[in-house]
Write a protein that binds this ligand. Structure first.
Ligand code: GAP
Length: 417
């Protein structure tokens, strides 16, 4: 199996990601996150929010509605320009994005039509009386920030330069979803819109600043430097709103692929919504990352094999469980009771989300935790009953140390810092 197949199979087997609508044969481009997947995805979002909002004084958060007045999408240019080039097979009528086919249909070899444009916005219809009101699921989460620009500035003490951060779902009627969660029709974005004084110099300064910040975020959370790079968009490739655009790309098993876009949107959006501030129209530097793509790339980058076993070397901050607790054997009541107490105590530290396992032998339990990226395992054995110490086993080095039970909480909290 290649790396991608292994990651997809691990995701389903251990409960990270399931195909959406699975029992009804699925629905192309939709995925459900399982008990472990929701944890890692929440951790990705939490780490992003901490870095972008909590660690700074010049960024505030927002959570705008997914469905908005359709005039917003007219003004933003999305109804006219949020398109992908599409070709259709004249024989089997399958449709493809132009960059994903050569001269003939990949499915049947048939002749392809000339290129057409295809709008990616997903239509929704509201109300109970006909004709229903047509609007759209948001194609990017961004417009909710721009239309609230005045509300935010009037209700906070922010002054330019400052940013508005948002995380939320976006929807695109992708022509060819694929590569697992990489290109989906429903996905989550984590975006910063950073408002600055107008002008190329100011924009270039902040563009470079945010590029660096965002690249560092991925490497700090464990992605190997050599697996990330910047790629500048050619002028004919840029989105309709962008004066400049660079992607942070990841070296995925299916090629170098976009993980996040950094854009100089100039005054495009605020001008289109006729919004100004102190007699000028601020420019915007945007960092727009995909939560699902980041999660997928964190999973791929941390996937490793030791012999025939999988070790997911996730950064501890991203791991679904930071700790697993095991009684050495499950049929000695004193051990199980003691382990249960330790487990309950660790559960009180809400950052740890400890796992419990008392099945099979200890070796198998270690391996099962390695596979889902749990950085530390605590085993309660006969010595514990005598001296209140436990063994703590480290996922990456497989080394073990003996620690007094009262020190456990501080030990893990310190490691996580
Ligand atoms: N507001 C700017 C914007 O939406 P984008 O480059 O179209 O820019 C930003 O999207 C990010 O959203 C991408 O870098 C990617 O991580 C994520 N993304 C875009 N389309 C996606 C899709 N179909 N499936 C999963 N993630 C997607």
């Amino acid at each position: 199996m290649d790396l991608m197949e292994k990651v997809v199979s691990l995701c389903k087997r251990r409960g990270f990601v399931f195909p959406g609508s699975d029992i009804y044969g699925g629905l192309q481009g939709f995925w459900d996150y399982g008990p472990l997947g929701v944890e890692i995805k929440n951790n990705v979002k939490r780490e992003w929010w901490k870095t972008i909002v909590y660690e700074r004084e010049d960024v505030v958060g927002l959570d705008a509605a997914i469905i908005m007045n359709p005039q917003i999408w007219e003004a933003s240019g999305h109804t006219a320009s949020f398109t992908d080039p599409l070709v259709e097979c004249k024989n089997c009528h399958h449709r493809f994005r132009i960059d994903q086919v050569e001269n003939h249909c990949p499915d049947c070899g048939g002749e392809l039509t000339d290129q057409k444009t295809f709008n990616l916005l997903t239509e929704v219809y509201l109300g109970s009386t006909e004709p229903k009101q047509k609007t759209y699921l948001r194609g990017e989460i961004t417009q909710g920030v721009f239309v609230n620009f005045k509300n935010v500035i009037n209700s906070t003490r922010q002054e330019i330069p400052f940013g508005i951060a948002q995380i939320g779902k976006a929807f695109r009627n992708e022509i060819t979803p694929g590569n697992f969660t990489f290109r989906s029709r429903e996905f989550e974005q984590m975006e910063l819109e950073f408002f600055i004084k107008p002008g190329e110099n100011e924009a270039n300064k902040w563009f470079e600043y945010w590029k660096k910040q965002r690249l560092n975020w991925y490497t700090r959370l464990g992605i190997r430097k050599e697996n990330l790079r910047f790629r500048e968009h050619a002028p004919d490739e840029r989105a309709h709103y962008a004066r400049a655009a660079e992607d942070i790309e990841y070296n995925a098993p299916f090629g170098w692929k976009e993980c996040e876009g950094i854009h100089n949107r100039g005054d495009w959006d605020l001008s289109r919504h006729k919004l100004t501030h102190n007699d000028f129209t601020p420019w915007v530097i945007e960092t727009s990352g995909g939560v699902d793509r980041a999660t997928l790339f964190f999973l791929i980058d941390s996937y490793s094999e030791v012999g025939d076993r999988v070790v997911l070397k996730l950064h501890p901050k991203l791991a679904p469980h930071k700790v697993a607790v095991f009684p050495l054997v499950s049929n000695k009541e004193a051990l199980v009771t003691k382990a249960g107490e330790i487990y309950k105590n660790l559960k009180l530290n809400l950052e740890l989300n400890p796992a419990w396992d008392d099945r099979g032998n200890i070796g198998k339990r270690y391996y099962a935790q390695d596979e889902i990226g749990t950085p530390w395992c605590v085993t309660i054995d006969y010595q514990t009953l005598e001296d209140d110490t436990v063994t703590v086993r480290d996922r990456d080095s497989a080394s073990q140390e003996r620690l007094p039970i009262p020190k456990l909480d501080t030990y893990f909290t310190t490691k996580l810092k």
